[in-house]
Design a protein around this ligand. Structure first.
Ligand code: 13P
Length: 325
């Protein structure tokens, strides 16, 4: 077993999943503001400390994805976040993309940036204790969207990122997110997700990415937020697993879903229903952001006295998701 394969397997096995705590400074700041916390370097640090010091987190969480700011910050006990996670038996990860920007020639569509200097940044993160990385591409469904050019540009960037991470010793989490925004149907989401994943695996093959050393982080196949369709939990589970069976080679050790704006409870129910669709050729787990930490953030509100209640809210979601597996 290669070192990359071992890390990838650790991330997705034993009923554990990955916690995405890698919101950019801008996104994290606006989420803090929404719950009445002044967004500062220190409040972002304190919130991340609340998350990683949640009791028994390591029983349901295999890895935590950190943002660059957090990666270099320290807990009150003086340990850096990656070293503290390591001590707990949780793998530290790092978001290495620098965000989605408008794609020239493609109105309404985005390309994720961050390839320049990535080889050197990967080396620095490995030194700091990172074992895996994340890069998120976003694909929009709309009138005549996604365009072929946006899909091609994004899967190309994902494949080059994945190659650079593997070369430097990090397992790449490969995240092509088909957004829930819009009034599209479940069938449209399935069709777009299928074609994005097909293009992605062609590109990963072209760039010689070792498939047994990645974790795929896709969206679940759902109807758009503004769609009048209300698919059942079973409909979503079946459409998602059918799509993945048709596109994801069995050499990929695991698939860890993003939550994408689904409610925490629904995301967990969907994950649970998918486990019933045996046999699955890969591990299916969670790599949620909002669906894991949303309730904790709301409970905390920056109040020291609500620290334990917030940790309990996170614990509840983490345990529910582990049970759904
Ligand atoms: P959500 O689960 O909130 O969609 O976030 C997951 C993630 O890491 C997005 O890049």
């Amino acid at each position: 077993m290669s070192a990359l394969n071992k890390i990838a397997r650790t991330l997705v096995s034993n009923r554990r999943g990955i916690l995405a705590a890698d919101e950019s400074i801008g996104t994290m700041s606006s989420r803090l503001e929404k719950v009445g916390v002044e967004p500062t370097e220190e409040s972002r640090r304190a919130y991340r400390e609340l998350i990683v010091t949640t009791p028994r987190l390591e029983e349901s969480i295999s890895g935590v994805i950190l943002a660059d700011e957090t990666f270099h910050q320290k807990l009150t006990n003086g340990r850096t976040f990656p070293r503290f996670l390591e001590d707990l038996g949780i793998l530290p990860g790092i978001k290495v993309d620098t965000g989605a920007k408008s794609l020239a020639g493609a109105p309404g569509e985005k390309i994720t940036e961050g390839l320049d200097g990535l080889r050197e940044r990967v080396a620095g993160y490995v030194k700091g204790g990172a074992t895996f990385a994340k890069w998120r591409a976003v694909i929009t469904i709309g009138d005549d969207l996604p365009s072929a050019r946006a899909v091609r540009a994004n899967v190309h960037a994902l494949a080059r990122y994945a190659g650079l991470c593997q070369e430097g010793g990090l397992v790449p989490i490969v995240e092509p997110e088909v957004l829930m925004d819009g009034d599209h149907s479940l069938a449209q989401c399935q069709q777009v997700t299928t074609s994005v994943l097909e293009s992605l695996f062609e590109e990963l093959d072209l760039m010689r990415v070792q498939l047994d050393g990645i974790v795929l982080k896709p969206n679940m196949v759902v109807a758009g937020t503004d769609s009048s369709e209300r698919p059942t939990v079973e409909d979503v589970a079946k459409a998602t697993v059918d799509t993945l069976r048709a596109t994801v080679p069995s050499s990929v050790p695991g698939i860890a879903f993003l939550s994408g704006g689904q409610s925490p409870e629904l995301a967990t129910q969907h994950l649970g229903a998918m486990q019933q669709l045996d046999p699955l050729p890969w591990e299916l787990t969670y790599s949620f952001g909002r669906a894991l930490v949303g309730p904790a953030l709301e409970a905390w509100q920056g109040d020291e006295g609500k620290w334990a209640a917030a940790q309990e809210a996170l614990s509840e979601r983490a345990v529910a998701n582990a049970a759904a597996r």
